[in-house]
Design a protein. Structure first.
Length: 335
């Protein structure tokens, strides 16, 4: 009788301990299952091919589209999560993210996404989200510029809200220092190392002169030029970017040596005090981030792999899944 009672108590204790573990495992599996590589294999088998085909056509017509599509994905994910809110047009009663000062006129690639969406809606109406299109297009752009490819976990759904004020509050500004950058990336669940890795996206693309001209002409009341910038590089930029309104619509490559190749020239530029933005050059001002800059500058493939992993992580910031949000028929407007 006593032995039977002991056995029952042990069984109850074992079940009591096991129950939270089973619940935890169940929750973990559910969370991991929200986004999955090959998500459209059954519902729209040609989805990834169609997206890559449109990105390839755009890239061959203008290689600058690659940087634009990577940046679209980044600017989308940092505001309300990766929900394609950056693609929504402004309305008479609301100014959308794309028209915030941080995005307009610098963002590009909206026409590529429109073309992709039109083809997908013809092939698989109401199936592929605009948020997933952005994630795939960014991956394809990285590959086409020589970066390391990666599988994109998909299954995102599209948001219904887009506010310019939220873009201003959430996107890292070009004048940010290490502490501010670390705080902004940390608020999105990304580490300081991932911040340095993802900053390497500036290895491709271009920037408007107005986003860094303060470093060239009126850095402080007593200093015209940012002393952390290589003087020869500053002189070169001054030839390209006149002061004042004259330089408002002029753009320059962020990595002047290889502006259309995903390589580690970005980190070498920083080491040589040729970072274009304050937010680039500041990575050399902190011991931890500086060590990473030197490490990635020496090992391009290592950075490429790290960048691929960080893009996957970034692409999962606050995603909408299952019955949340919607699948937009037109990426520019809610259904």
């Amino acid at each position: 009788m006593i032995m039977s009672s002991i056995r029952k108590c042990l069984q109850i204790s074992t079940l009591t301990l096991a129950f939270p573990i089973l619940v935890l495992l169940s929750l973990t599996s559910s969370s991991e299952a929200d986004l999955q590589p090959g998500f459209y294999m059954q519902s729209c088998p040609m989805a990834e091919f169609i997206i890559k085909d449109e990105v390839r056509q755009a890239f061959f017509s203008d290689r600058g589209y690659a940087a634009g599509l990577v940046r679209l994905h980044f600017h989308d994910c940092f505001v309300r999560g990766c929900d394609a809110s950056v693609l929504l047009d402004s309305t008479p009663g609301n100014t959308a993210e794309k028209d915030a000062a941080a995005n307009n006129p610098s963002l590009r690639g909206f026409d590529v996404i429109d073309n992709v969406k039109a083809r997908l809606e013809y092939m698989c109406p109401g199936v592929v989200s605009c948020a997933d299109i952005l994630a795939y297009a960014a991956r394809d752009s990285v590959e086409m510029t020589g970066g390391v490819g990666y599988d994109v976990p998909a299954g995102r759904r599209d948001g219904r809200v887009s506010k310019s004020s939220e873009a201003t509050m959430n996107l890292p500004p070009p004048f940010a220092d290490v502490d501010l950058l670390t705080k902004i990336f940390g608020s999105k669940g990304l580490t300081q190392e991932e911040m340095v890795i993802l900053s390497g996206a500036h290895t491709i693309g271009r920037a408007h002169c107005t986003s860094f001209s303060k470093r060239l002409y009126n850095f402080t009341p007593s200093t015209a030029q940012d002393p952390s910038m290589n003087s020869a590089y500053a002189f070169q930029l001054q030839q390209q970017c006149p002061s004042g309104d004259a330089g408002a619509n002029i753009v320059v490559p962020m990595d002047p040596i290889s502006p259309t190749i995903s390589d580690t020239g970005y980190y070498r530029d920083i080491i040589n005090n040729r970072g274009l933005f304050t937010s680039d050059q500041t990575l050399l001002s902190d011991t931890s981030t500086a060590n990473l800059v030197y490490q990635y500058a020496r090992n391009p493939y290592f950075w490429g792999r790290k960048f691929a992993d960080a893009m996957v992580r970034m692409g999962q910031i606050d995603t909408l899944t299952d019955n949340e949000g919607e699948i937009r028929r037109n990426c520019r407007v809610v259904n």
